[in-house]
Design a protein around this ligand. Structure first.
Ligand SMILES: [Fe+2]
Length: 177
């Protein structure tokens, strides 16, 4: 009887534990993508790859917004680690790993002699990744009691869609310059 009584409770705990880890992973990936996006704009800019067509001015405001998203996510993580018991150290670890992976992908994508088109097209790729991650994170917000989480993710997703539109527009513009 004791075993039967305990089983459903144990299963429920394991299942919510798994979901919690999935949420931590997804938030960590979103945070890592924001960090990587800023680093990518900085690196590509310093190589002069964003000079064409005055892209750098518009991309600098995108970079600042990514920095703002990073701050918002960090504040949210701190809040959720208190209210929902999320593991902030695990989230940060995933974020650092994601940032490192994106840097590797960028190196591979650009190759030895990158041009401005490849640079902006890489940013399209990175922003597309951000949009997808926030879409998925948005679907996962129903698993978290704190409703501010959902509001915040939706607001950032809206910005990310604009980032992708901006990068796509710039890629098209400089393709015909
Ligand atoms: Fe972005």
């Amino acid at each position: 009887m004791i075993v039967l009584d305990n089983t459903p409770r144990q299963l429920a705990m394991i299942s919510s534990g798994n979901k919690q880890q999935e949420i931590e992973k997804k938030i960590g990936e979103a945070l890592g993508l924001e960090m990587a996006a800023q680093k990518a704009v900085e690196e590509l800019g310093s190589k002069g790859l964003l000079d064409k067509g005055g892209m750098n001015v518009k991309l600098e405001s995108m970079r600042k917004q990514a920095n703002n998203h990073q701050t918002q996510l960090e504040e949210l993580i701190q809040k959720l680690s208190g209210s929902e018991g999320l593991d902030s150290a695990n989230i940060q670890e995933v974020a650092n790993e994601t940032e490192r992976k994106i840097s590797e992908i960028m190196k591979t994508y650009l190759g030895d002699q990158p041009d401005s088109s490849e640079a902006i097209e890489f940013l399209c790729l990175a922003e597309g990744g951000e949009v997808t991650h926030y879409e998925v994170l948005g679907a996962m917000t129903k698993l978290v009691k704190d409703r501010k989480f959902s509001t915040k993710v939706r607001a950032i997703l809206k910005d990310e869609r604009k980032h992708l539109q901006l990068c796509t527009r710039l890629a098209k513009q400089i393709a015909v310059l």
